[in-house]
Design a protein around this ligand. Structure first.
Ligand SMILES: Cc1cc2nc3c(=O)[nH]c(=O)nc-3n(C[C@H](O)[C@H](O)[C@H](O)COP(=O)(O)O)c2cc1C
Length: 354
């Protein structure tokens, strides 16, 4: 069965213009990543997980202002925490920052998060999990979504018990990454659980985990009944995977296109994080963009050694002079940064999120 991924669907009154959602990824889902995801066909993008305690305390260790640009919508901002009242307040803040949907993280397997009673721990604390969803849903007018793993332990089916209860508590959609927290990112996502969850709830379900191609996305949508697929790792440094999945645009991008997208990504990230933080943050992206046989390994290694992002851009332009014109065209299409809403609170990044 052929499924049309360009079809829109709804999370309550929010229209999502394609059946592909860009995954929230801590240490990855900066604004540049989300905007690029939208340009390449994601119908919904999501921020990385933001600590509700960090929002509450306006923590100085935070990583930058929470910014929402005009061309990101529809956008979900994801929050994590374990106290219903603090989560409710955080939800109000992210909505004032411009979120169209508040997403709650019940999937993060990282100990730093689970030991505080947040993230995946809530999969096995249904009373608290439902209290969080109810408090957040009561605090904001926008739809509330929840992103879960299957459970804490391998083989767990906790998500199937919890899912319907979360919907009763006010969740307007559920995303399932059907690995256990113990599995982290090993093994495979078991999407037979996604199909079971779809049967149990009357809200849209989003399938997350191991979706890397159009064929896989089509098959998953057809066999599980999910409303949309969520793509994470396959999109790292590779927005072309998104257009392949949504529109079937197969084929490798030219080196000029790759370099141009990377240059725009670097510039936008420097604007968001500042040069000092961006130069370290961006290093992993060089390998992600320029790997896959696109550029020779020594060139990638050279870029990682370079300290200033201006120098990285210069070397990319020397290697692919044709990229300059594409960069100009891309930048002309991006909205003016002055349109952004700035919130006087910042997200905390804890890598490894869900
Ligand atoms: C580096 C990294 C960071 C992640 N951070 C988050 C996060 O902040 N919140 C969340 O709900 N999931 C997070 N995830 C999980 C992804 O959203 C997604 O569910 C998972 O990677 C499976 O999808 P994939 O196979 O398409 O990558 C993260 C995953 C990775 C690889």
């Amino acid at each position: 069965m052929q499924v049309n991924l360009r079809e829109s669907w709804w999370i309550r009154d929010v229209e999502i213009p394609s059946r592909l959602v860009l995954a929230p990824m801590a240490g990855v889902s900066v604004q540049a990543f989300r905007r690029q995801g939208r340009r390449y066909g994601a119908g919904l993008v999501c921020s990385e997980m933001v600590s509700c305690a960090g929002l509450e305390h306006k923590n100085e260790r935070t990583l930058g202002f929470l910014r929402v640009a005009r061309d990101e919508h529809p956008l979900a901002i994801q929050i994590f925490g374990s106290e219903p009242s603090v989560m409710a307040e955080a939800a109000r803040m992210v909505v004032s920052a411009g979120a169209d949907i508040v997403d709650i993280n019940f999937g993060c397997p990282v100990r730093k998060v689970t030991k505080t009673g947040a993230g995946a721990t809530l999969l096995e604390d249904p009373t608290r999990a439902c209290a969080i969803v109810a408090a957040v849903a009561a605090a904001v007018a926008v739809p509330v979504s929840v992103k879960m793993r299957r459970g804490l332990e391998n083989g767990s089916r906790a998500c199937l018990e919890l899912g319907p209860r979360l919907v009763d508590a006010g969740a307007a959609t559920l995303t399932l990454h059907p690995r256990s927290a113990r599995q982290m990112y090993t093994g495979e996502a078991d999407h037979s659980l996604t199909a079971e969850l779809v049967e149990l709830v009357d809200v849209p379900v989003v399938a997350s985990g191991d979706i890397t191609s159009r064929a896989r996305a089509q098959a998953l949508l057809a066999t599980t009944g999910a409303a949309a697929v969520m793509v994470g790792r396959a999109a790292q440094g590779n927005p072309w995977a998104l257009s392949e999945i949504v529109d079937g645009n197969a084929g490798e991008p030219s080196r000029e296109h790759v370099a141009a997208e990377l240059i725009v990504f670097v510039r936008e990230t420097v604007r968001e994080l500042g040069e000092r933080r961006a130069s370290g943050f961006l290093k992993k992206f060089y390998g992600w963009y320029l790997g896959r046989g696109r550029f020779p390994k020594p060139f990638r290694q050279e870029l990682v050694q370079v300290e200033s992002t201006e120098e990285v851009i210069t070397r990319l332009l020397v290697a692919t002079p044709g990229a300059a014109e594409l960069v100009e065209r891309l930048e002309a299409e991006l909205p003016d940064p002055a349109d952004e809403i700035l919130l006087d609170a910042m997200p905390i990044s804890i890598y490894g999120g869900g």
